[in-house]
Design a protein. Structure first.
Length: 326
């Protein structure tokens, strides 16, 4: 049986877009039996680049690619989409924090929230453009009657980074490392939770005896990985970000295997004492009916509680800065 999913990608002519569209079109995301229609969005100056991208996509002759639309008008671009991957935004440069982008990127997401409400009746949106948690909040608050929980922001790149670091330290394959939650903001205050993670089915803290490393270098490496990549590459992460966006959509699209969870920033419902309504990264499971739940009952010691409070305070501060856009 064949069905069709329509996916909008904003900023599709940018560097993440170039890594993302081919992998979605190839069937890697939704599988070989699902056709994909791609709705590519850009600012007017980049529409010609999108036309080139569309030529290349067609030249791949992907059996799963059922159509390509190109738009610089978000309302048209979001018409009838099932997923909106909101990448289009300015990236940071060396020496900047992601929330230095708030005043420039925030306003993009008021317009996109409004356009999503008008264009799409059954949509899920993930914000990649930074600062992604707060931009997702802005989009959601401008999307009228689109349910709040249809919006999320991407912390999957942080989770993948954390899994790699733990696997390398333990000397095991990344597949052995599971349930590493990123809590809070996609920023240098995020808390990559090794206490509740497992390696080869055992507690990560039992497998890795160097707890000073876990509490120190491990956390700061994950928190600052984006900046390290900008310093080394001169540009921010692109292929790894696109890869994480695929993981994010896949994680929400398919039920989560028993005993596992993934990280994504979603509207807080008050879980773990996080203020309701903040776009906060939690451990998430997708249920068989397609809805999701925040995994409950994970323990936080004093060390973890302090980290959670810090990242929550940062998100409240960002929300205050953009209050006129909400
Ligand atoms: N959440 C995460 O883990 C990550 C987030 N990012 C963020 O993703 C964003 C994009 O990064 P790159 O692709 O490297 O940047 P880029 O500059 O290569 O591409 C961004 C594209 O967005 C387009 N754009 C700008 N405003 C737009 C609008 N209103 N509608 C549609 N398109 C628009 C630009 O024309 C450009 O082509 C940045 O904000 C970056 O910081 C990057 C890596 C990871
Ligand atoms: O660090 C940046 O600015 C880009 C990004 O979000 C990441 O690589 O995680």
């Amino acid at each position: 049986m064949s069905n069709t999913v329509k996916v909008a990608i904003t900023g599709a002519a940018g560097q993440i877009g170039y890594s993302l569209v081919f992998r979605i079109a190839s069937g890697e995301l939704f599988g070989p039996d699902t056709k994909v229609v791609l709705s590519l969005l850009e600012i007017p100056q980049a529409v010609t680049a999108l036309e080139g991208l569309a030529m290349e996509l067609n030249d791949c002759a992907f059996p799963t690619l059922a159509g390509i639309e190109i738009n610089s008008d978000a309302e048209k671009g979001f018409d009838g989409v099932n997923w909106a991957i909101l990448v289009g935004a300015k990236p940071r440069g060396p020496g900047m924090e992601r929330n230095d982008l708030i005043s420039e990127n925030g306003p993009i997401f008021t317009g996109q929230g409004k356009a999503l409400q008008r264009g799409a009746s059954d949509v899920r949106a993930v914000v990649v453009g930074n600062p992604c948690n707060t931009n997702a909040l802005i989009a959601a608050k401008n999307a009228g009657d689109v349910p709040f929980n249809r919006f999320s922001a991407m912390t999957m790149l942080d989770e993948n980074r954390a899994r790699y670091q733990l696997a390398a330290k333990a000397g095991v394959a990344v597949t052995e490392v599971q349930n590493v939650t990123i809590w809070g903001n996609h920023s240098a205050t995020q808390y990559p939770d090794f206490f509740n993670a497992t390696i080869g089915g055992k507690k990560a803290t039992d497998v890795i005896s160097d707890h000073d490393w876990l509490k120190g270098d491990f956390i700061t490496t994950v928190q600052k990985r984006g900046a390290a990549i900008i310093k080394a590459r001169g540009k921010s992460s692109a292929a790894s970000a696109a890869n994480a966006a695929l993981d994010h959509v896949k994680n929400f699209h398919f039920p989560t295997p028993d005993g596992k969870w993934f990280s994504a920033a979603v509207p807080s419902d008050g879980s773990y004492g996080v203020e309701e309504g903040l776009m906060f990264s939690f451990p998430i499971r997708t249920k068989d009916d397609g809805s999701y739940e925040i995994v409950q009952g994970l323990d936080h010691n004093e060390f973890a509680k302090e980290k959670l409070a810090k990242t929550e305070a940062e998100l409240k501060g960002e929300r205050e800065i953009v209050k006129d856009l909400l």
